[in-house]
Structure formats: structure tokens, C-alpha cells
Design a protein around this ligand. Sequence first.
Ligand code: FAD
Length: 131
Amino acid sequence: MLQLVYVSTARSSDPIDHQVILDHARRNNRRDGITGLLYADAKRFLQALEGPDAAVEATFARIQADPRHRAIVLLSCRQVEAREFGDWEMAHLTAASDRDALVERIRSLVSRATPAVRGTFEGFAAVRRAA
Ligand code: FAD
């Protein structure tokens, strides 16, 4: 199966409703056999998608065309034997008031990912914590 990780920047100056994105994503992902993790705060998204190759590619094509974000950079795209981000239709992390707890939660969610992917998420969380 395919695993893909990208980062992007929220486009609108108006606050984006993460719950709307999540509800839609989870519904589609359940249908398509896709799981993963979405980190979202006021400015940035970092998302991992895992699932059947064609489904992940089609989902990423829709995500790339979504006007709610821009500057999408593909960080990693690789074949994996088993899901590394668990069975979540889309686990959600946001910039919580307890940022140490956020970093800990990220660590636990990405613990089965490769060192490179794990480093991406942990580094991102640390940078966003400092932002
Ligand atoms: P429709 O519901 O028919 O949507 C049609 C169009 O409307 C699309 O072009 C869509 O971009 C746009 N649109 C829908 N709602 C809004 C809105 N509130 N504001 C502006 N434009 C809107 N989708 C998934 O299926 N799985 C994911 O994991 C996933 N992750 C996402 C992560 C991020 C950071 C973002 C921004 C979006 C994500 N999406 C995800 C949504 C994805 O970009 C598409 O909007 C969605 O897949 C389209 O679903 P649909 O085919 O049912 O189209």
C-alpha cells in the first residue's frame, strides 16, 4: 500500500473550520480504505495518508485541488507493508493549549513510522510549538 506525507499552508485569512475538513475526510476515507494523521493549526497542515495506491493517489489529487490550502509540498511517498499511522480514518492533532501533551501524542501516533517520517512529524510539532 501507498503512504504519502505532505505539508501545506492554509490559504484563507479567515479561520478554517478543521472539523468540516475532518468530517468530510473521514467519510471519504472510510469509503476508500484510507487512514492517516492530520496535524492542523491556524497556518499549517501536515498530513499522512495510507491505503490502496489508487485510492491514495485519487485522494491526494482532490486535496491538491482544494482551495483551502496552498504551497503543498510532498515530503514522502513510499510503499509500506502495513499501516504505520494506525487504523484512524484520520487522526487529528491541533495546536492545543497543552503543547507538551501535543508533542507526546504525536510521538505515540507516529511511533511505528520510519525514523524519517517520525522525525518529520516530531520536528514539525516542535517548530509549531515554538511558533
Ligand atoms: P465535494 O464534497 O463535492 O466537494 C467539491 C469541491 O468543493 C472540492 O473541490 C472541494 O475542494 C471544495 N470544497 C468542499 N468543501 C469546501 C469548503 N468548506 N470550502 C472550500 N471548498 C470546499 N478529503 C478526503 O477525502 N480525505 C482526506 O484525508 C482529506 N484531507 C484533507 C486535508 C486538508 C488539509 C484539506 C484542506 C482537505 C482535505 N480533504 C480530504 C478534502 C479534499 O480536499 C476534498 O475537498 C474532498 O476530498 C472532496 O470530496 P468530494 O469528492 O466528496 O467533493
